[in-house]
Design a protein around this ligand. Structure first.
Ligand code: ACO
Length: 167
């Protein structure tokens, strides 16, 4: 697999939304070579990432690219050769709701020095455009109280409760 291979067609991201990013910022699918551009470092603003080697990252990337095709859509925002934002859409194909397809928004992170520039909002719009283009009728996400106002600004409304069990 070539290091430049992308995980999904970039055309799934609305060109209008992609063009709305400031000049030196590019939104695109996650690439295998993004480990070296600080992809995992960017995720550290969200949660504990752990000590993941490049080999382990590549293994996970390849697994997603082979077995998770059509399900995992990871996007990154690149600025001056560094990953400064990332987010994922996980697509679930259901039997209910007339074989409805829903999207789960996960792992949204904007590097601390880049927050407050509307990159998060544009990232959410980009993920929403992928969701629409792959046939989702809705997207859902779990959030903390602190981030709720951000997702409200992105067009989300409260519905139901999220519960978890840890193993
Ligand atoms: N509380 C209230 N308002 C907020 C917050 C917040 N925590 N974050 C952003 N906003 C508002 C902004 O003020 C702005 O409002 P405006 O349009 O009136 O000016 C609007 O939301 C858009 O803000 P952006 O500049 O696009 O937000 P940013 O690029 O800073 O990204 C994000 C927001 C993603 C929450 C970022 O702060 C971040 O990465 N935080 C750490 C990681 C994190 O918590 N990720 C979310 C986890 S939940 C999940 O992954 C599903």
């Amino acid at each position: 697999m070539s290091s430049s291979e992308v995980s999904f067609p970039p055309s799934l991201i609305s060109p209008t939304i992609a063009a709305s990013f400031p000049d030196s910022y590019t939104i695109r699918p996650l690439e295998r070579s993004d480990y070296a551009k600080g992809f995992l470092n960017c995720l550290k603003v969200l949660s504990d990432v752990g000590e993941v080697t490049e080999e382990q990252f590549n293994e996970r990337y390849d697994w997603m690219n082979q077995h998770g095709k059509g399900v995992h859509y990871h996007v990154v925002i690149e600025h001056e050769s560094r990953i400064v934002g990332t987010g994922a859409l996980i697509v679930e194909r259901k039997f209910i709701h007339n074989l409805g397809i829903i999207g789960h928004i996960e792992e949204i992170a904007i590097a601390s020095d880049q927050q407050g520039k509307k990159l998060g909002l544009k990232l959410m719009q980009a993920l929403g455009s992928i969701a629409v283009n792959v046939g989702c009728y809705k997207t859902t996400l779990g959030t903390s109280d602190a981030n709720e106002p951000f997702y409200v600004k992105c067009g989300y409304k409260k519905s139901g409760r999220v519960m978890s069990q840890y193993y």
